[in-house]
Design a protein around this ligand. Structure first.
Ligand code: GAR
Length: 211
């Protein structure tokens, strides 16, 4: 594997549709720790995404294409894909990006796209992971960071952390606890990727510093 000094520094793009707190967490962590990578590009499908404001405040280049403008899907996907290619991106982090990526793009960036999901996958896939777990009445839910493949919320799992749902807790309280865990484990997963410490063996991801 060799020293980290011999490994190319990774250019990270974050795709976000909303608040962008995970984007911020990754970017802040990368500035304070030697993760061998930098968030250089933020892409969004939503011109009102607060992620754009956060990116601009952090001097990160942005690209926005408004999904609501009825651009034909193929063209929309092509523009995003071209923007990312032009930036010579090594790692794509989905952080609350609420559109499915097209399968050609996923194949081109195989094992270079990761996602955060607010439940313990494979439970509660989809866009309402926190609420679905809360409404189901589970006592434990959590957060998953995983590689992206062509199936929804499905690729090999990098990190997971459980979050207890206590009696009397509200969905909002649970959401706050989930976000706190997200902001801790997403930057860690990014660090492992950028330092080339992840090995994918079938569905299993081995973190080489641990195995
Ligand atoms: C996060 O909770 C993330 O896990 C979730 O969207 C939120 C984005 O928050 N993603 C999904 O539900 C994906 N299915 P953020 O914009 O503040 O990072």
């Amino acid at each position: 594997m060799g020293s980290i000094l011999n490994r190319k520094r990774k250019r990270i793009a974050v795709l976000a549709s909303g608040n962008g707190s995970n984007m911020q967490a990754i970017s802040d962590y990368s500035l304070k720790n030697d993760i061998n990578g930098d968030v250089v590009f933020v892409v969004t499908n939503n011109p009102d995404a607060y992620a754009l404001v956060r990116a601009k405040n952090a001097n990160i280049k942005t690209f926005c294409i408004d999904f609501k403008k009825n651009i034909p899907r193929q063209e929309f996907d092509r523009e995003i894909s071209e923007a990312i290619k032009n930036e010579k991106i090594d790692l794509i982090c989905l952080a609350g990006y609420m559109l499915l990526l097209n399968t050609v793009f996923i194949s081109e960036y195989q094992n270079k796209i990761i996602n955060i999901h607010p439940s313990l996958l494979p439970s509660f896939k989809g866009v309402h992971g926190i609420k679905d777990a809360f409404d189901y009445g589970v006592k434990v839910t959590g957060v998953t960071v995983h590689f992206v493949d062509c199936e929804l919320d499905h690729g090999p799992i990098i990190l997971q952390e459980a979050v207890q749902i206590n009696e009397g807790e509200t969905a909002q309280q649970l959401e706050a606890k989930i976000h706190e865990v997200e902001h801790k484990i997403y930057p860690l997963a990014v660090k492992y990727f950028c330092r080339e410490e992840l090995k994918i063996i079938g569905r299993k991801v081995c973190i080489t510093e641990r195995c």
